[in-house]
Design a protein around this ligand. Structure first.
Ligand code: FVH
Length: 293
């Protein structure tokens, strides 16, 4: 289908790594006039052939449009790339991974340079970009007016989830979800290690693991309800005392299988500490209080 590019918001994109390139292709496919710049110019060439305008410098790319999207390696590279650019009157959308404090500092940095700022954190890998059914989305935080103004353009590569005016919140949600993901990967790593030396096909274990993790995931809703009410015994099915009593079985199985318990032990230790405080009738929720003290 032909697109009328005159109706589409022009976009400048700085950073054409795996993610930047995927983003660029979706805006081009949707008919947005696109200006691109990358430190290594060769990465812009295929996109130029697909209709993007390649800028020679980051400053030239920033001068070309009002909406500037940045997708670089880290906050330091954002500093380096934007250093020589004039951001006055620009709408800066930064999709680069950072900490919440870095995002808030970048918002203030942009404001001092006369730009409006929106922080974005991408909950997707490059193949999910532009594929609506893949479920990828981007957390946005910062100026609500800027989000509304550019919502349609920002929704082209992936879904949009606005999480508040505090510019650090997109990064906080991002790191919270990814931290949970790494803990899940750690659990799966331990499970595969336990069975590694046996005549057990990992491809037979994998679907069982995946189904079990999916079945257990809704437990986070009960955790959230307990945190909100402050009653960690509400709706408890398997209390802390029972779960701690089971931990020697896990540790002994690891030993029997010749597997290091180093991924499991820190969590078990926290469970034991919470139990020692007299919280045996609670859920695991009380461990959160041990962490934030
Ligand atoms: N790829 C992924 O799976 C994840 C998914 C979730 C979000 N992340 C974040 O997205 C940012 C960009 O990631 P990426 O996948 O595009 O990363 P790379 O392919 O490594 O490309 C990095 C780009 O950054 C440029 N760059 C790096 N350092 C500098 C610098 N000092 N000055 C200028 N540009 C710099 C690099 O340029 P070049 O190497 O091609 O010259 C690439 O354009 C990132 O925050 C992820 O955490 C992706």
């Amino acid at each position: 289908m032909a697109h009328n590019t005159l109706e589409k918001t022009p976009v400048t994109l700085l950073g054409l790594g795996a993610m930047g390139t995927a983003l660029a292709r979706t805006w081009l496919a949707a008919g947005h006039p696109l200006t691109v710049w990358n430190r290594t110019p060769a990465r812009a060439e295929p996109l130029a052939a697909e209709g993007a305008r390649g800028a020679d410098t980051a400053a030239e790319a920033v001068a070309a449009n009002t909406l500037i999207v940045v997708c670089l390696l880290d906050d330091t590279s954002v500093d380096q790339v934007l250093a020589g650019t004039d951001l006055v009157g620009r709408d800066l959308v930064n999709l680069t991974t950072s900490t919440p404090d870095q995002a808030r500092a970048r918002a203030e940095w942009a404001r001092e340079r006369g730009a409006r700022y929106l922080d974005g954190k991408i909950m997707a890998v490059p193949p999910m970009i532009g594929v609506a059914e893949a479920g990828g989305y981007v957390f946005y935080s910062g100026s609500p007016q800027l989000f509304e103004l550019h919502r349609e353009t920002l929704a082209v590569p992936a879904g949009t989830t606005y999480v508040g005016e505090n510019a650090g919140f997109a990064a906080l949600y991002d790191v919270a979800l990814l931290s949970a993901m790494y803990a899940m990967f750690a659990g799966a790593t331990h499970a595969f290690a336990l069975t590694r030396k046996e005549d057990i096909d990992p491809t037979a274990l994998a679907p069982l693991l995946a189904d079990w993790l999916v079945a257990m995931a809704p437990a986070v809703h009960q955790t959230a309800d307990q945190l909100r009410s402050g009653d960690y015994t509400k709706g408890v099915v398997s209390n802390l005392a029972m779960q701690v009593a089971g931990t020697p079985t896990f540790l002994r199985t690891a030993e029997e299988q010749g597997v290091s318990p180093e991924l499991l032990s820190p969590y078990f230790e926290l469970m034991r500490r919470r139990l020692a405080e007299g919280s045996g009738e609670e859920d695991l929720t009380g461990v959160i209080d041990l962490l934030v003290r």
